[in-house]
Design a protein around this ligand. Structure first.
Ligand code: ATP
Ligand code: MG
Length: 413
């Protein structure tokens, strides 16, 4: 028999049993981004290599180490490692700057990076993202972040952390870069090889280094002082303050992270990431920011722009984790009829509830409840005769007794 061939390392089949989740995410992307006025664009998977060396930046890991590049009829061609550069190329090539601003585009599809495969990191993976062209005001940054958060909510992902930072503009950043280089100089020999390279070419990227010995160096007080200094100019600062005001007004919780610099060269002013505590070390589901210089860098008229990209595999893995989450409640009772009726009452109010169908011992039921549910609803003799329920919060161990009619109101779900 012939040898069986296997899927390439770092790539995966999406099988029929998993396709529902993918189709759901794609449908939600279309639905939600449409409500913000984004239209879908599909650009080719192959582009000329120069698009990425110029667009993503030749000091980045993506361009230096991670691109799938090959030659065909004397042209160097690359499988797209991300889609912003391709969308910008298409925006310029198709004269979209003539359309009235903002031009809002969204995309989905496979990206290719030659990285070390591990949980949450593949060589062919999928991104969904948006790009907004033509608006320099922070309203655009806020709207893009809002679209990201709404989309995540529509997937049932509410428990995520938004981190923001401002990288300033090329002018104010220059001064910051020089100060950073000066304060890091005494430690140059201790930096990892990547950081030694970045030191001259792109010192901001040092802050993004994942190597422990480098991270230790950045903790030194004199370096922290530079990192935490407010280096951005007044204009950039106003833009950043405005963005924070909009996010506050919209009730979007965020955290400011001075170490957030992002792996791509094209960003200026706003950068943001959305992270989850449930993904292990590859914890970012979304990365984005403003890139006011990219359109000009790729030969177009100077046009401000802002966007983000999300990793679809990471979104789906979070959704799967969420799905297997605990029941809202488990009824603990030896009064089967009461349990049966009360479970149905709670389900009618939207809770997920189960109870022991075989009427095991009370303590056994309580053990089961703590494994499968957030709350135990206890119907003992007292509770049954007074039409009450004891609610035990199984994470915190606290317990209260209330009238059954008030049960749902008392829960934090
Ligand atoms: P990371 O720090 O995880 O390498 P990145 O800064 O390289 O991320 P971006 O280029 O901003 O990531 O891509 C946006 C999102 O795409 C990431 O937040 C992540 O969810 C996803 N992503 C990036 N690279 C991969 C990969 N190799 N496999 C799966 N998902 C990825
Ligand atoms: Mg990366």
């Amino acid at each position: 028999m012939a040898e069986i061939l296997k899927v390439l390392k770092g790539t995966k089949d999406i099988l029929p049993q998993d396709i529902n989740m993918w189709q759901f995410v794609e449908k939600k992307a279309n639905e939600i981004f449409s409500t913000y006025g984004f239209k879908e664009i599909r650009t080719p998977i192959i582009e000329v290599t120069e698009l990425f060396s110029r667009g993503v930046g030749d000091t980045t890991d993506i361009v230096n180490k991670e691109m799938y590049t090959f030659d065909k009829s004397d042209r160097s061609i690359t499988l797209r490692p991300e889609n912003t550069a391709g969308v910008v190329r298409s925006y310029i090539e198709n004269g979209m700057s003539r359309l009235s601003a903002p031009v809002k585009l969204w995309y989905k599809g496979p990206m290719f990076r030659y990285e070390r495969p591990q949980a949450g990191r593949q060589r062919q993976f999928h991104q969904v993202g948006v790009e907004m062209f033509g608006i320099k005001q922070a309203t655009a940054d806020a709207e893009v972040i809002l679209a990201a958060v709404s989309f995540l909510k529509s997937l049932g992902l509410n428990d995520l952390d938004v981190e923001i930072n401002s990288l300033g503009c090329p002018v104010c950043r220059e001064d910051f870069k020089n100060r950073l280089k000066a304060v890091l100089k005494p430690y140059f020999e201790e930096l990892c090889d990547d950081c030694k390279n970045r030191y001259e070419k792109n010192p901001l990227r040092l802050l993004d280094c994942k190597v422990d010995s480098c991270k230790k160096i950045f903790e030194k007080p004199e370096i922290q002082q530079v990192i935490n200094s407010d280096f951005i100019c007044d204009e950039c600062n106003n833009h950043y303050t405005e963005l924070k005001l909009y996010l506050d007004k919209m009730g979007i919780k965020y955290c400011e992270n001075k170490l957030l610099v992002r792996g791509l060269d094209y960003y200026n002013r706003t950068v943001f990431e959305i992270k989850s505590n449930n993904l292990g070390s590859q914890n970012a589901v979304c990365g984005g920011g403003r890139y006011d210089n990219l359109v000009a860098q790729l030969g177009g008229e100077p046009t401000p722009a802002v966007g983000f990209a999300m990793g679809m595999e990471r979104l789906i893995s979070l959704m799967e984790k969420q799905e297997s989450k605990k029941l809202d409640g488990y009824i603990v009772s030896n009064y089967t009829v009461d349990a049966l009726i009360f479970a149905e009452e709670l389900r009618n109010q939207g809770l997920s509830v189960e109870f022991d169908l075989t009427n095991k011992k009370f303590t056994k039921q309580l053990e089961k409840a703590s494994k499968v549910a957030k709350y135990a609803f206890i119907l003992g003799e007292d509770e049954v005769s007074n039409n009450q329920v004891s609610i035990k919060n199984l994470e915190q161990g606290t317990q209260i007794k209330v009238d059954r009619a008030n049960c749902v109101k008392m829960l934090e779900l």
